[in-house]
Design a protein around this ligand. Structure first.
Ligand code: ZN
Length: 412
């Protein structure tokens, strides 16, 4: 798929400390240690509905990782998928009497527009499941041949499942006990009750063709792929194993990321698939989590249509720490508008107070597991000082603008 257009990214003098991120698997904030090319995979959307603020907050968090690594001199190979064939897409198309292909294309186009307006740097590889079907079939075929996958005993629908015991480190990504895994599997699209499986936690890899559903011919039989193997195939074929960051919302910790990692381990014999598993908190509305089942989604495209400045929206979502579950309120947006105005007033002055220390603090906060509240406070301090005592540095306004753009993706 064609990713969206990249905004320009200013190059700043100097470097910050190594980026430290929280890793779900080790439950620690640890330094990332990318080579010349930093490798990141972030799970993409299932395009059956517009991008809501929870999605936006997730992609913004990983955009900060992308930007920080670039600032540190790395080339960043960022891969993101689009799950453009899966149950939720087919269910929505059926409900709305829509064509699933058209629905997927329409919502993917809207997602691109949303990301571009928020100035999210695009992935180098933006890959739809449909265009990766051949790769997925190859992975499933190999896992069958290795004995890590099996067909269930169902003459009508002999679907292929992954034997989760084929991965020695199964469970190490989430750290969940079996009871918790079983609960999340049932809640998040798994099918622990499906008859014929060897174990309730075994995951669907190839769903044989059903009446009225799209399917692809293959040596596995006509069918369509499961979700976890889609991400394993797309990630491994572009990034190899042991890449730097696997990311997504915290609802992907289990089963999605655990199973994707297990598929990769069974396929390659190597562990881990990713050095860091990084998960974002949930954005709520009032006291509730924002989710499609609760019908309380706030869409980025809706706010854009209401003339909300995307930079204020970006700033509002960055005002909380990415790992905290946090509610979305109009007050957050109002505060972001006020903050943006103060910063813009300050950089519009011909001179300001020197920026070196502010940029150093900005980098240090971001390097500390993306401490955006700290980063914003450092910029607030600069703006207040410049507005109250002006300063004499003629380069300060331009330098500060460049730093805020490069590191936070915000244009003043
Ligand atoms: Zn994924």
């Amino acid at each position: 798929m064609q990713p969206w257009t990249s905004p320009p990214v200013p190059v700043l003098p100097g470097r910050g400390p190594a980026l430290r991120l929280h890793d779900t698997a080790t439950r620690q904030v640890r330094p990332t240690k990318p080579g010349h090319t930093a490798r990141m995979y972030v799970c993409g959307i299932t395009p059956y509905d517009a991008t809501h603020l929870g999605h936006a907050a997730t992609y913004l968090a990983f955009d900060l990782v992308h930007r920080y690594w670039r600032d540190a001199g790395h080339d960043v190979h960022y891969v993101q998928n689009v799950t453009d064939i899966d149950d939720p897409l087919l269910e929505r198309a059926l409900r709305d009497q829509d064509d699933w292909v058209v629905l997927g294309m329409r919502e993917t186009a809207l997602f691109r527009e949303d990301m571009e307006s928020l100035r999210v740097l695009p992935p180098r590889d933006f890959v739809g499941a449909v265009e990766a079907i051949g790769e997925i079939i190859e992975v499933v075929g190999k896992l069958l041949a290795y004995g890590a996958a099996y067909r269930i005993d169902d003459p009508e629908h002999p679907d292929i499942y992954f034997d989760h015991q084929a991965a020695a480190h199964f469970g190490s990504e989430s750290g969940y006990d079996e009871q918790t895994m079983a609960r999340y599997s049932a809640e998040r699209g798994g099918d622990p009750e499906r008859p014929g499986k060897r174990h309730p936690l075994d995951a669907l890899m190839w769903r044989t063709a059903r009446e009225g559903e799209p399917s692809w011919d293959s040596e596995l039989g006509a069918g369509r792929p499961g979700w976890h193997v889609e991400c394993s195939a797309i990630a491994l074929n572009r990034l190899g194993t042991g890449f730097d960051v696997q990311g997504g919302g915290c609802d992907l910790i289990f089963p999605h990321h655990e199973l994707s990692a297990a598929h990769a381990e069974a396929l390659t014999g190597e562990y881990p698939m990713a050095q860091h598993y990084v998960h974002t908190g949930m954005i709520g509305l009032g006291s509730e989590r924002m989710s499609k089942s609760k019908g309380n989604l706030v869409f980025v495209s809706r706010l854009r249509a209401d003339q909300v400045d995307p930079m204020a929206l970006r700033l509002a979502l960055l005002s909380g720490h990415y790992r905290t579950d946090r509610p979305w309120t109009t007050r957050m947006l109002d505060e972001a508008v006020g903050r943006l105005n103060r910063w813009r007033q300050a950089v519009a002055l011909p001179t300001g107070v020197p920026t070196e220390d502010t940029v150093r603090r900005l980098r240090a906060h971001l390097a500390d597991d993306l401490d955006t509240p700290g980063a914003l406070a450092a910029l607030d301090a600069w703006a207040t000082e410049t507005l109250t005592r002006r300063g004499r540095d003629v380069n300060a306004p331009v330098h500060l603008q460049a730093a805020v753009d490069a590191l936070l993706g915000i244009v003043l």
